[in-house]
Design a binder for this molecule. Structure first.
Ligand code: FE
Ligand code: FE
Ligand code: ZN
Length: 287
């Protein structure tokens, strides 16, 4: 595979004063050719109006640099939990928030929205999965954008659902508009959930048997602070954790994952983002 076939970047911020234009500039400063952002704070649903976010300026810069908007990724806020319908208010709030995020994602010209499947908070897995299916169908069937939701594979912390590929398959199988749903593979989460990801060909063939490779919309490339299977969800810098550089690099370079955006969500080192160095490490086959 050729370097030009690799779309790689990191999570970047969207903040005052330059908002989306600033996000694009931040991504370029890391040598990235794509990126992921939240359309507001990750942990809440408060959102500035789109007119304030310098979207056209950001798009113009992307165009000038020849960057393909179809590779940009938005992450929905963590506060959304469509798996828990115990509190009808919270469930409806989550639905409204996701509905709004889909519109916002489309306004940036992006078409991939990463969503955490949610937590069952004591209701049990089956109930949680059917709550999620019901909400997603309702939202997708009433949405007129072409935004695709990428359900993220989760570590299984607390009562998180989405730690087993079969759970995601269960949801995808029941979504009416299949072209609007897919998966975000997070290497740290998969490892933490107990998947053996070291042999990429074996892992991809397992994924293909259960869900289908054509459903992979995004990859989150993170190392893990903990050994496999501990379900702690602690991201580590590339090459500094228990997954290791070689394995992470194999996900960046695999021909079957060509064209799929790869996004780093590794921790800052002190107050410095590690992304420029880590992207270079992943792109260099030989260091
Ligand atoms: Fe996530
Ligand atoms: Fe992730
Ligand atoms: Zn995580």
């Amino acid at each position: 595979m050729n370097l030009n076939d690799i779309y790689i970047g990191s999570h970047v911020s969207l903040k005052s004063p330059d908002y989306f234009l600033g996000s694009v500039e931040e991504a370029f400063s890391y040598g990235a050719n794509t990126f992921m952002f939240y359309t507001g704070a990750p942990q809440n649903a408060l959102r500035l109006p789109l007119e304030k976010l310098k979207i056209e300026e950001g798009k113009a810069l992307l165009k000038e640099k020849g960057i393909n908007l179809s590779k940009l990724v938005v992450h929905a806020p963590y506060i959304i939990n469509l798996a828990n319908a115990k509190s009808p208010d919270l469930y409806e709030f989550s639905k409204r928030t996701l509905q709004n995020e889909m519109k916002r994602t489309a306004a940036f010209g992006a078409s991939i929205l990463v969503l955490h499947p949610g937590s069952h908070v004591g209701q049990g897995l089956e109930c949680a999965l059917s709550n999620l299916v019901r909400a997603l169908n309702d939202i997708i069937n009433n949405d007129h954008s072409n935004v695709r939701i990428a359900l993220e594979t989760m570590a299984g912390k607390g009562t998180e659902i989405g730690k087993q590929l079969e759970e995601l398959k269960y949801v995808i199988d029941r979504i009416e508009r299949k072209e609007r749903i897919g998966v975000c593979l997070d290497t740290c989460h998969l490892f933490d959930a107990g998947y053996d990801i070291a042999n990429i060909d074996e892992f991809l063939s397992l994924f293909d048997r259960i869900i289908g490779l054509n459903k992979i919309l995004v990859l989150h490339i993170n190392d893990s602070k903990n050994p496999a299977g501990l379900k702690k969800d602690r991201h580590q810098n590339i090459g500094e954790g228990f997954i290791g550089l070689d394995v992470l690099r194999s996900y960046v370079w695999h021909p079957l994952l060509k064209d799929i955006p790869k996004i780093l969500e590794t921790p800052y080192i002190g107050s410095n983002p590690p992304y420029k160095k880590e992207i270079a490490m992943l792109l260099n086959k030989h260091i």
